[in-house]
Design a protein around this ligand. Structure first.
Ligand code: ATR
Length: 265
């Protein structure tokens, strides 16, 4: 039996053990997946102990993704550009760090929500780790425009400079033309807050996507009231897990039944 785990602080409410157990059942993989609460000052030691005890891989969540990036011996290109790691694979030659969050977002948008991103105008709200991880996978879809808007404009400018090729930095002020996709990657939803957005961003053709899941957010409510279609981040959560499972086990599980059962619960 191969062992996997998710490390975070807090971790009790993580849905990852449930998701990976469902993937393992579906694909007949002989594996376990547990949630591990790492001490705030003991992430690296906690991961090292798990690997030494035979762990094969791990997911990493808040607040350890940057530390996981530092800890990895090798990084995939997408983890390199995200500046953060959410998936570790313990290999003979050392620890591989990957980041499947952005690929999970794009998979949810394109596979589950059936949106085409090529030629579309995309607005990404936020300039923290969650936003940064989404930029490269979104750019790979060849949108007509990718605007990164943040409360602190200088952070959006730093991301635009980092990625170059067509990322436009902005504040929230003066953003008042419609977008095909608006992704909320700010932490505002966690606090039950709404970034100061213009209603003019949204039309009946807009998809408003909140990376948060589990409850309706002021952002989704605002977008819906201005005519947009909406989606929360539950699909992204399951899709990033499927990408991690693929890295570890060499097969991508069918995510639809897992998303459906989490929705029903
Ligand atoms: P994460 O790794 O989750 O992205 P982070 O690096 O702390 O976390 O970034 C949080 C993001 O949410 C930032 O873009 C932050 O804006 P600032 O850079 O201006 O701080 C944004 N954010 C947090 N609370 C917000 C709020 N109430 N309204 C708008 N943006 C908010």
């Amino acid at each position: 039996t191969d062992r996997y785990a998710v490390f975070g602080h807090p971790i009790a409410h993580s849905k990852s053990p449930l998701i990976h157990a469902a993937f393992a059942r579906q694909t007949g993989q002989d594996m376990t997946y547990e949630a591990i609460l790492a001490p705030l000052d003991g992430f690296a030691a906690s991961v090292a102990a798990f690997a030494a005890a035979g762990g094969r891989g791990a997911n990493v969540t808040v607040p350890f993704k940057e530390q996981a990036y530092q800890l990895a011996d090798r990084l995939t290109p997408r983890a390199q550009r995200a500046g953060a790691v959410n998936t570790l694979k313990f290999e003979a030659g050392g620890t591989l760090g990957d980041n499947t969050d952005g690929a999970g977002l794009v998979a949810d948008l394109t596979r589950n929500l059936k949106r085409t991103l090529a030629g579309k105008r995309i607005l990404l709200l936020g300039a923290g780790g969650a936003a940064r991880g989404a930029i490269e996978p979104l750019l790979d879809q060849n949108p007509a425009a990718l605007v990164v808007a943040n409360r602190t404009v200088s952070r959006a400018e730093e991301l635009a400079a980092l990625f170059g090729r067509g990322v436009v930095a902005s504040g929230f002020d003066g953003l008042d033309t419609p977008f095909d996709l608006v992704v909320n990657a700010t932490a505002a939803s966690l606090a039950g807050e709404l970034p100061p957005l213009s209603p003019a961003l949204f039309t009946a053709d807009t998809l408003a996507y909140d990376m948060m899941y589990g409850r309706d957010t002021p952002f989704l409510d605002f977008a819906r009231r201005h005519g947009a279609a909406t989606a929360d981040g539950l699909g992204m959560l399951v899709e990033q897990a499927a990408e991690a499972f693929l890295l570890w086990r060499g097969m991508r599980p069918d995510t639809a039944p897992v998303i459906a059962s989490l929705r029903a619960a």
